[in-house]
Design a protein around this ligand. Structure first.
Ligand code: BEZ
Ligand code: FE
Length: 293
């Protein structure tokens, strides 16, 4: 076989600095999965152009390989450093934006994050999700509706937040009670929901691994602005994965994972002289399910 033989329909020769993209992509065979071939051809083109643009040194290539190796090595069942890398590079939010284009008044999506746990107990409307007694209590209330404002019955609202110390229950097993600051609520015919939680606090994403080191090297802080997570699912509607953010938080404009959208910044009102210290009202508007092709 010579270096100029044709493979996969493209002319491939010996690899040179100038023909690198065509040479690598030309190796793809005629029986390759078309979507995989398309995605990989683009990835190779962008990767090679990146290497060319920065004139990557041999030392930098080794640092990159070591970084990716450590990123894989720190991953466990509980910790997904590659997703954290995707989050901090804005890739997760870009994929989310492309796949969840919403038109007003539909509620916007945002990043899912690693701290959701499936199987949380269903609670009664108005119940408290705060099991450790820490933090400033807050009533969360609103409606789940369709685009016309019609209430959606039977919507499952999964909520989760950090505790007053800035940790999710799964980050502190044995310290926080299981299901602390989590709950599932199911709407009735009025589409309304309400529960008592705490006014969330801002917290750093896990920054003791390679991603944290990358952020430090870029002079970036690891904080997320205070937020309450929601996943709302209802028959006949698109799944909504979102947060509400606490207005006024000092990290709103520098979220480590780029999750903030203006429409998701919610009012938090101080209630004077009442048992519950804060109130936050927010309505969720769901898009109809996509037609199956
Ligand atoms: C979160 O909000 O729970 C989260 C999102 C992305 C990365 C880390 C944490
Ligand atoms: Fe979070």
């Amino acid at each position: 076989m010579t270096g100029t033989e044709r493979r996969g329909g493209d002319v491939t020769g010996y690899f040179t600095e100038q023909n690198s993209v065509e040479t690598v992509n030309g190796r793809t065979g005629p029986n390759a999965d078309p979507r995989l071939a398309h995605v990989m051809a683009s990835l190779v083109r962008h990767l090679h152009n990146f290497v060319r643009e920065v004139e990557l040194t041999q030392d930098e290539w080794e640092i990159g390989i070591d970084f990716l190796t450590r990123t894989g090595q720190i991953c466990t069942h509980e910790r997904q450093e590659f997703i954290l890398l995707s989050d901090t590079l804005g890739v997760s939010m870009l994929v989310d934006a492309i796949n969840n284009r919403r038109t007003p008044p539909a509620t916007e999506n945002t990043v899912f994050g690693p701290f959701h746990v499936e199987g949380c107990p269903v609670r009664q409307m108005g119940d408290s999700i705060c099991l450790d007694g820490k933090g400033e209590t807050c009533l969360f209330a609103g409606r789940v509706t369709d685009l016309d404002g019609k209430p959606i019955s039977g919507a499952r609202i999964d909520v989760w937040s950090d505790n007053a110390d800035g940790y999710y229950d799964v980050q502190q097993p044995g310290i926080q009670p299981q299901w602390n600051n989590r709950g599932v609520f199911v709407t009735g015919d009025d589409g309304q929901y309400s529960f008592v939680g705490i006014k969330p606090v801002s917290y750093p994403i896990p920054d003791d691994g390679p991603v944290g080191a990358m952020l430090a090297g870029l002079d970036r802080h690891p904080y997320r602005p205070a937020h309450m997570h929601y996943m709302v699912r209802a028959e006949g509607f698109q799944k909504l994965v979102t947060h509400t953010f606490v207005g006024g938080d000092k990290y709103l404009e520098s979220d480590a994972v780029f999750g903030v959208k203006q429409t998701l910044v919610a009012p938090f009102t101080k209630l004077d002289g009442e048992k519950t210290e804060w109130r936050s009202d927010y309505d969720f508007v769901l898009m109809p399910a996509r037609q199956k092709r």
